[in-house]
Design a protein around this ligand. Structure first.
Ligand code: G3I
Length: 393
């Protein structure tokens, strides 16, 4: 928690016109910021950190993590409380078992006013849950399901079938279609059934398409064609009729061949009465690269009769981070959140872990990182306040 001294608070210039002034919740300062530095009347430019100041309604108030006297406002309480006050179901975070030994990490993760939902980043995947045929292991998955329950947080299940983190007994088993169907049904119904009643939504099928919109060539598609999708969705529905069933993918957040393929898949599954409740748009972005059409894309998916969620949001940059990059990142987080905020059927947003300390990015993209709203030392970055601004837009 950081403390705000009076010298950090710049008062709004009380001039009677708004030109060149930041709007309520808009950015009004910070290292590298070249936009307006005063706020519209009735709001106050308040320093959140060296990189980000924004316009709060009324007189100066304490920083986000310090509730004011009386009932704390949503923005003073946490991102999930803010998201819920704006009609969303949750603002959540991915997590993973190794980091649950880090008490400082767990303390922030477990605050359900900050995070109302968690997703296991790895421990419900096929390699973690059925490493050998018929041998199920639940230690890691149970730990995260129990954490969600203890914290009063929603749980997203991730995932039933995916080409990656798939044990070789599945990918190299040379099974015929009947046998692979049965293997999928056993895996997905056992996994989903174990957490019946505990999971808000499942990523039943993960990343079925290539970036050019063609079907990904993997053991599921190569053996069963597109039928593997309905086989898996039906197994999940039978195992937990109350859970929302999703297909989840990346690079479907704006207009693209892949987005079109996903929309066509939704249409054909709906037409065939296959159970499908939502599409997860992962949201792994690079600063400055959030698709222009994200709000329209979210809306277009919901027009097909399903809900949507941003399921794995992070926005990476070259490291070391510069002030300008961090300011851009804050804008980008704001863009994504405000797009979800604007679309009624967008139920929530999950950050793919909240701190740079445990982000997947540096391992996969050497030279890139700093993708999360909290830094390595659990200090909120400008991106955090971009999320606040996004919900308030
Ligand atoms: O389990 C081994 C461990 O035994 C070993 O000591 C360690 C050494 O590096 O590696 C461990 O495996 C790692 C695994 O995460 C579990 O921690 C893998 O190397 C690592 O590659 C793997 O990365 C995960 C990645 O999926 C794999 O594709 C990330 O943590 C996870 O965040 C990431 O999540 C995916 C989503 O599921 C789908 N969408 C994209 C997203 C980002 O890649």
């Amino acid at each position: 928690m950081f403390k705000l001294s009076a010298s950090f608070v710049a008062l709004v210039a009380l001039i009677p016109f708004a030109a060149g002034q930041a709007q309520e919740w808009g950015q009004c300062g910070g290292i590298g910021w070249t936009g307006p530095t005063t706020c519209v009347a009735g709001t106050t430019c308040q320093v959140q950190n060296a990189y980000f100041s924004n316009c709060f309604p009324g007189a100066p108030i304490p920083p986000v993590s310090t509730p004011a006297g009386g009932a704390p406002s949503p923005s003073a309480t946490g991102l999930n409380a803010l998201a819920q006050s704006k009609g969303k179901l949750y603002l959540g975070s991915a997590t993973d078992n190794p980091e649950l030994t880090d008490a400082a990490y767990v303390k922030i993760l477990s605050d359900n006013t900050m995070f109302g939902q968690i997703t296991p980043g790895n421990s419900m995947k096929w390699d973690a849950t059925e490493p050998s045929r018929g041998q199920f292991t639940w230690t890691g998955a149970d730990q995260i399901a129990n954490l969600a329950q203890a914290n009063g947080q929603l749980l997203r299940g991730h995932n039933c079938v995916w080409y990656s983190q798939l044990p070789s007994w599945v990918s190299s088993g040379n099974f015929d279609s009947a046998t692979l169907t049965s293997i999928i049904q056993t895996h997905c119904s056992t996994l989903v059934g174990r957490y019946k009643g505990e999971v808000y939504s499942w990523d039943v099928v993960n990343e079925p398409f290539n970036d050019d919109g063609t079907w990904r060539s993997d053991v599921f598609y190569n053996t069963l064609g597109t039928d593997y999708v309905n086989i898996t969705l039906q197994a999940a529905r039978a195992a937990d009729p109350a859970a929302k069933l999703y297909i989840n993918d990346y690079n479907i957040e704006g207009p693209s061949a892949k987005t079109t393929s996903m929309m066509n898949l939704v249409k054909s599954l709906k037409a065939a009465n296959v159970p499908l409740d939502g599409i997860g748009l992962q949201g792994h972005f690079i600063i400055g690269g959030v698709p222009q059409g994200i709000e329209d894309t979210l809306r277009a998916f919901t027009a097909l009769g399903i809900e949507v969620a941003i399921t794995e949001l992070d926005i990476r940059m070259d490291v070391p981070a510069t002030p300008a990059a961090l300011a851009q990142q804050s804008q980008d987080y704001q863009t994504v959140i405000s797009a979800c905020q604007a679309v009624e059927g967008c139920v929530g947003v999950t950050i793919w872990d909240y701190t740079d300390k445990y982000s997947w990015v540096p391992q996969t993209f050497p030279g890139e990182g700093a993708a999360c709203p909290w830094d390595q030392n659990f200090v909120k970055k400008a991106a955090f306040y971009g999320i606040v601004s996004g919900f308030n837009s």
